[in-house]
Design a protein around this ligand. Sequence first.
Ligand SMILES: Cc1cc2nc3c(=O)[nH]c(=O)nc-3n(C[C@H](O)[C@H](O)[C@H](O)COP(=O)(O)OP(=O)(O)OC[C@H]3O[C@@H](n4cnc5c(N)ncnc54)[C@H](O)[C@@H]3O)c2cc1C
Length: 382
Amino acid sequence: MSQSVKVDVLIIGAGIIGASCAYRLSERGMSVAVLEAQTSPAMGSTGYSAAGVRVQFTEEVNIRISWESIQEYQHFQDLYGEDAGYRPIGYLFLVPPERWAVHMEGVRLQEHIGAPVRVLTVEDAQSLVQFDPAGIAGTTHGLADGVVDPHSVTFTYLRLAKERGATIYLETPLMKADRVGNCWRVETSKGIFEADYLVNAAGAWAGEVARRAGLEVPILPVRRIVYATTAIAWQHIYPLTIDLTSGFYLRSEGNRILFGRSNPDEPPGFTEGLDWDWFESTISVGMERFPWLAGVGLDQQACWWGYYEVTPDHNPILGRMPGEENWVNVAGFSGHGVQQAPVVGRLIAEEIMSGEAQSINIDPLRISRFSSNHIQREHNIV
Ligand SMILES: Cc1cc2nc3c(=O)[nH]c(=O)nc-3n(C[C@H](O)[C@H](O)[C@H](O)COP(=O)(O)OP(=O)(O)OC[C@H]3O[C@@H](n4cnc5c(N)ncnc54)[C@H](O)[C@@H]3O)c2cc1C
């Protein structure tokens, strides 16, 4: 049925980021509509993530956003009456000598901000996960880091938004957007939507959504794969362990191990399916560091893939679009959107309602960094 809807804010995308923004904006009294292309929320990257949350970044803005987000996940049940699935299984970074100094600068920032992180010797870390220590100078362990349930979080934020008057339109992709007078006019297969503000929360599709409005936002989809083992025969909870010499990671999920490694040669694009050649390369790198993996089977049916939403510096693009100030980007998390979603929704609500985000300085994440070349490099990207 064709319809015409007018709201204060139109959010494009009902992933974990769009959901968080919808809640925070409707909580502040804005009328909100969310357009989602798929038949259900959380069917983009949010439904395919490895669900990790960590404070162990090297850039202050990432540490602050993630630490405050984790604290919200810790209190989710009390705040919203729903379980976010937060399990503090920890993140363990295995750090080679050449990265130790930069990594420790990150740890100092994390400690300064109040996030619980400890430095462990290679020997002490063996009780968390057994690994070959060759080429590892030391390790760091984030005690509040862990995993959440991204579906539960997304649906909770959407429920809270709906209770405050927001409407979610499924199977309603933005096809075209134009600035007409003082508002955005958006064409969809189900009719016209008008809004004072448009929030681009379309994840890996955010570059395409911007192009449909004649704007350029540098976000590309890149396929990422999570491999899953069969059940292991012993009882142990493995923290999300990242070998910084190779980028290989693993963690427990129930009685299985999930593992993966970003393929630097994967070209951007909406490539589909599991890549078994990359599996061979991944597992051989993994077994060098974690020889015990040789004794664990692979469950091909339990493996999955999804899209990272990648920006040129692997940090998200947040805030108003220069020249189109009622267009607000909140996308391009490059593999760390789940851990930043709770606070990002609040920052975008501040950006819209107060002119700019106030509780955390998001200048390092604004799109203008690419033209001014003020790019701060986040080292702990996986
Ligand atoms: C394999 C894998 C592992 C990951 N591991 C982690 C992790 O451990 N920790 C972490 O924090 N993050 C991780 N991520 C990244 C994380 O999943 C994303 O950063 C996060 O889900 C981004 O959320 P989003 O809401 O921005 O995007 P999405 O969830 O992709 O939501 C965007 C939505 O926009 C919709 N859309 C697209 N085009 C249109 C249109 N034209 N009109 C309307 N709607 C549209 C899409 O259908 C989609 O639902 C991982 C991702 C993958 C793929």
